[in-house]
Design a protein around this ligand. Sequence first.
Ligand code: SF4
Length: 479
Amino acid sequence: MSKTFMGWPTFPKAAETATADEQLRANVRRATHTIRTKRAALVEERPDWQDLRDTAAALKDDVLAHLDTYLEQIEEKVTAAGGTVHWAADADEANRIVTGLVRDTGESEIVKVKSMLTEEIGLDGALEAAGISARETDLAATIVQLGDDLPSHVVVPALHRNRSEIRDIFAREMGKHGRPAPEDLTDEPEELAEAARLHMREKFLKAKVAVSGANFMVAETGTLCIVESEGNGRMCLTLADTLISVVGIEKTVPTWQDLEVYLQLLARSATGERMAPYTSTWTGVTDGDGPRAFHLVLVDNGRTRALADPVGRQALRCIRCGACMNICPVYERTGGQTYGSVYPGPIGAILNPLLKGADDPQTASLPYASSLCGACNEVCPVKIRFTDVLLKLRHDVAEGDAKVKHRAEKVALKAVEGVMDRGPLWNAAVKAAGTAGRLLPKDMNLPGPLHGWTDSRALPDIPKESFRSWWKRTEGGTK
Ligand code: SF4
């Protein structure tokens, strides 16, 4: 059965294990620093970078405000071009639709490309249960799948692996799923890429059905667009007889001219390149060229829920470039799997609770997976204000279902509420706190469940005199 994030521990629990893994931290640090340095150099050469960001944010906000209209336009154009549009309200419905479509072809093995959404909805598991094997074709996704692992980054899902780990995975696993790796395979990048190329080519040539995601959908023509680096996308999109694209409804852009804005931002932000090596676009089906059947499955799965949040809806602008995770000091230390989702890092910390709701301890822990340093605000090409959304979500968690609140925080706030309600008791508490503040050592650890607070912080300075006492003594500051 394909591995999933189902039942994943809360962020602090998962981070305890991840931060103790020195190899993981070294791999993540090396990879994120390489990409962010390349990105910074390319952003520097665009004097209009901030204008592009402003435009991209405004365009997406317009799309989100008129999403129903644009989606109907997409349906009309795709249908007119010979495709079939399906609507899926949630993961179960999307999986049912895709499984049914593959079953109808009679095929039992399919290839996949650029399909983060299919990870989100657990499509591989649903297909497996129906006796259909789905093989990834992006290099990093293949490494994750062969290693029975989970993704840790939106652009480079195997970012937590170094090349000698990848060599071991290829040598051990490729033969079980098709063409084996050469016996003398080393960890040289060229050799690893060649082994993957030969292994996948066999799959491309055999597959009659391909499942893809899409980076963008252009409403004015019903065109889908995939941006990738390896050419595997082009193979999937053109060689299969049936193409099924499973796409989140927020991937919409109104026109080709708008698409141009995002293409300039995406490659620079994602991989530090001026443009992606492969940009593929397709509209319905064309006689004698490419797939003979095209299905577009439009998936909601929590997106309209996120849209209903006036602060959080900006997370739906995301174009999955990964820049926020490459700059994030928390992600750098914990890696991506700690977030328990295909969407890790700062975008994961806000998108997962927005899509799923913060009613369980795992998603409720995510808005706290941030130091609120704001580095992500600065790099995001679509100008998502992460810190605003994080604070809003923390508020929702604190006000929400009691079972996901931090227990110690809840007890402390209840106690403070009781004391503040009674004037004399409050005065006595303030006095006692002042005395304790003078007597207790600064580096003291608080006892019991409160120790988590002082493990990583010094006790704050407590003033010698309370405001009330100062006010009384100085008669309102006049003496
Ligand atoms: S939130 Fe912004 S920076 Fe992060 S992946 Fe999405 S577009 Fe990129």
